[in-house]
Design a protein around this ligand. Structure first.
Ligand SMILES: Nc1ncnc2c1ncn2[C@@H]1O[C@H](COP(=O)(O)OP(=O)(O)OP(=O)(O)O)[C@@H](O)[C@H]1O
Length: 329
């Protein structure tokens, strides 16, 4: 189990990580989501023992993970970090890049394990190519295969999905899923886009300005975000002041300035609902996203499978159930 307790890191005067505590169980996938500059990379480096914390500590089971000022070779043997740039050896094949991580093992085991990793990471067909002859997705999977070759307890990934197209994102998502299931590796990745995090993580954290402002299951964070930032980081959302609830035929709350979070799927088209004007229609493949004007000041997003909605059309909308989520800020 990897635990971080009250980690703090300040660069000169810039606080990059503020008092972050997390626990990562074996076989668990955790995603930390945050905007650019929220401290994601710094936190990963602290967890990997590659940056010294100002205060706080990281432990793997009962052992303290030492920082670079305390050891000759920075990093912990059971914790691996896959960087965004992959850092592969450019002049040797995919297979040899992976095998290098196993150079201290017997050849028969090394061959067996490399074949297993090539299969797990869907790289068998490109194993003899050098990195510049494979795609970005394949490079990244090579970096993951190399990182997990000697079965570390913890795999940390910096933005594993950000440079990949959709098919490759799905391959990496499935790969991480298989990895934790087959090898009981703990996996923590950071990302600025929660789309993949929501579907794969057991636990989702929201980082803002170096602080972990929320930690919970993806379902809980998605439906009950603590702030407007957490709501926006986890998907499409309507955020409106409580004083506008009457426009939706809902009772206003005691504090008219408090913020209400309404996910688009909580709204539906319903002929008995409030009239609104369609401002835009976006085709999303499986459905359409509508931007509707409720008043001069309030517009909302909702989803529909109807194909007949046009811009400027008046439609009627209603809340699916009367459950509203109030944000704290
Ligand atoms: N070596 C450094 N020296 C000074 N400030 C730094 C250093 N590294 C990061 N910072 C600052 O610390 C804060 C957190 O940076 P960090 O790179 O951890 O964020 P991030 O969430 O990973 O950002 P991004 O998504 O853009 O990579 C930022 O304000 C950044 O400018």
């Amino acid at each position: 189990m990897l635990t971080a307790k009250k980690l703090v890191k300040v660069y000169n005067t810039v606080p990059a990580v503020r008092n972050v505590s997390i626990t990562l169980e074996p076989g668990q996938i955790m995603a930390l989501v945050g905007a650019s500059g929220s401290g994601k990379s710094t936190l990963l480096n602290l967890l990997a023992g590659l940056t010294d914390a100002d205060t706080g500590e990281v432990r793997l089971n009962d052992e303290r993970v030492l920082g670079p000022s305390e050891v000759l070779v920075p990093g912990h043997k059971d914790i691996r970090l896959v960087h965004q740039e992959y850092q592969l050896m450019p002049n040797v094949s995919v297979r040899e890049n992976i095998a290098y991580a196993l150079r201290f093992f017997e050849k028969s085991y090394r061959d067996f394990r490399v074949n297993e990793l090539l299969k797990l990471c869907r790289l068998t067909d490109v194993q003899d190519r050098i990195p510049r002859q494979v795609s970005g997705g394949e490079k990244q999977r090579t970096a993951i295969a190399r990182a997990i070759a000697d079965k570390p307890a913890v795999l940390l990934l910096d933005e594993p999905f950000s440079h990949l197209d959709l098919p490759n994102r799905l391959i990496v998502r499935d790969l991480l899923f298989d990895l934790v299931r087959h090898e009981q590796t703990s996996c923590l990745f950071v990302t600025h886009d929660a789309t993949d995090a929501l579907s794969i993580a057991d636990t989702l954290g929201i980082l803002r300005d170096g602080k972990l402002i929320q930690l919970g299951t993806p379902v809980a964070v998605y439906h009950q975000p603590v702030t407007a930032y957490a709501a926006r980081m986890t998907g499409l959302v309507n955020i409106l002041k409580a004083k506008y609830l009457s426009l939706l035929d809902l009772p206003e709350s005691d504090n008219p300035e408090s913020l209400i979070c309404l996910r688009p799927e909580q709204l539906k088209l319903d002929d008995t609902g409030m009239p609104v004007t369609v401002r835009a229609v976006y085709f999303k493949g499986s459905h359409y996203e509508l931007d509707v004007a409720v008043s001069r000041y309030v517009s909302l997003r909702l989803l529909t499978s109807r194909t007949d909605i046009q811009v400027d059309q008046v439609v009627h909308i209603r809340l699916r159930d009367n459950e509203l989520w109030r944000l704290k800020g």
